[in-house]
Design a protein around this ligand. Structure first.
Ligand SMILES: [Zn+2]
Length: 60
């Protein structure tokens, strides 16, 4: 998956326990930090993990 810039909103295949499936990229680098737009939880993932779990992206 490409185009994972700061601020990109990612849709996940599997919803977060809070019910949300939209996450915003808040840090890029060796690891990516994404924030759940529903509950505000931040998690860190490698690019591969993120690419595997994401269904697609949309503009922020
Ligand atoms: Zn959440």
């Amino acid at each position: 998956m490409s185009g994972l810039r700061l601020g990109t909103v990612v849709r996940m295949k599997k919803p977060h326990p809070c019910g949300g499936d939209r996450w915003q990229v808040v840090r890029v680098g060796a690891d990516y930090k994404i924030k759940c737009l529903t509950c505000g939880r931040v998690v860190m993932l490698t690019h591969d993990e993120l690419a595997k779990r994401a269904k697609g992206t949309e503009e922020a």
